[in-house]
Design a protein around this ligand. Structure first.
Ligand SMILES: [Fe+2]
Length: 350
């Protein structure tokens, strides 16, 4: 074990001690492999040094982390180029999306612990990557063919590309939009169709799916008010992933939903907003609380989530590691939230 200043810490190193902030919050746990995104997190919290094990994990073992980063970098670059009328090349994005699809076809849980990274400046781009992941996981569970999954993945990562035509003053407005501003925002569906139709190498179907991602099962969506099976299958999948991921992010005008609350929202709106068959498949396929994330329970206990997926992951088994205001628990113990209905998650710590 060695103590290293943050400047010398590299991805692949393994944490030898928990990283605990001055206010007692746990940032990262002993045993975690340092991933690229943890480095920026440690920097953001001004952590001066950490303790790491002598062994280093090969970067290949965390290839999903690189694919996620590539997807984020690519979609951010493309959306910024479109906004500023620069030349756009989507060859790299297509390769990265193909990589993501392959990873998920191999292991549908591979990106689950990476979703939900919230960074105000990069919200739209991170959201696009997460929607792509949830859409592909759902498509795999629906038994869709590879070519259809790939088309869906491209549409998902580009679903909000039309927002490049929304003025930044509206897009980044720190508050609820006025009716007029919301009408401008709604145009991103049609703008998305126009942009996707002009990008080389994207099918008409991808452009159509992008245009329809705010249509609703009961016909109350936009831009055309299409309903049920008149809406492309890909758009019906993306609309569920889009709403779920958006609900779990903080907004200036509302606090984020906990993942189990977002899942409950989807189920409550089943048969009005969403295709019920796909909604059930979505809930049964994703990890609502992915393994290894650290949560705060209403009892004040801080716990690490154990592996599960689908409905079971709404109330997963957890391993208690400490109390919010107390010392670490030296012998972690498990709680099965499904068997303890009065205990629930109130916050996600890391
Ligand atoms: Fe949208």
């Amino acid at each position: 074990m060695q103590k290293l200043p943050l400047t010398e810490v590299k991805a692949g190193m393994k944490l030898a001690k928990d990283v605990i902030l001055e206010d007692g919050r746990i940032l990262l746990l002993k045993g975690f492999t340092i991933k690229p995104r943890y480095l920026s997190k440690l920097k953001a919290y001004d952590v001066p040094f950490i303790f790491v094990e002598d062994e280093i994990v090969e970067l290949d073992e965390i290839s999903e982390e690189r694919v996620y980063e590539d997807a984020f970098t690519n979609i951010k670059g493309i959306m910024q180029s479109i906004r500023y009328d620069e030349k756009v090349d989507i060859v790299q994005l297509k390769e990265t999306v193909n990589d993501m699809v392959q990873h998920i076809l191999n292991d549908d849980m591979v990106f689950m612990t990476l979703t939900g990274i919230r960074d105000i400046d990069n919200y739209t781009f991170l959201h696009s990557v997460d929607v792509c992941i949830y859409a592909v996981v759902t498509a795999k569970a629906l038994g869709m063919e590879y070519d259809d999954i790939y088309e869906l993945a491209m549409a998902a990562i580009l679903h909000d590309v039309g927002k490049c035509k929304v003025p930044l003053s509206i897009l980044n407005k720190p508050g609820k939009l006025t009716t007029e501003e919301f009408e401008v925002m709604k145009r991103h569906a049609i703008s998305g169709l126009e942009i996707a139709s002009q990008l080389p190498g994207l099918s008409e179907k991808i452009a159509r799916i992008i245009c329809q991602h705010h249509e609703k099962w009961d016909g109350s969506g936009y831009p055309l008010g299409l309903n049920s099976y008149d809406i492309e299958l890909g758009a019906r999948i993306i609309s569920i992933a889009d709403v779920y991921d958006a609900l779990t992010a903080n907004r200036v005008y509302r606090k984020r939903f906990m993942p189990h609350e977002a899942a409950e929202y989807l189920m409550a709106n089943n048969e009005s907003q969403f295709d019920p068959r796909i909604m059930k498949c979505f809930i049964n396929s994703i990890a609502i609380y992915p393994k290894d994330i650290v949560v705060l329970l209403n009892t004040g206990e801080v716990a690490r989530v154990l592996p599960s997926k689908g409905m079971a992951s709404m109330r997963p088994k957890v391993s208690v590691i400490t109390r919010k205001d107390g010392p670490p628990v030296f012998d972690p113990y498990e709680i099965d939230l499904r068997k303890n209905p009065t205990i629930f998650v109130v916050d996600i710590i890391s």
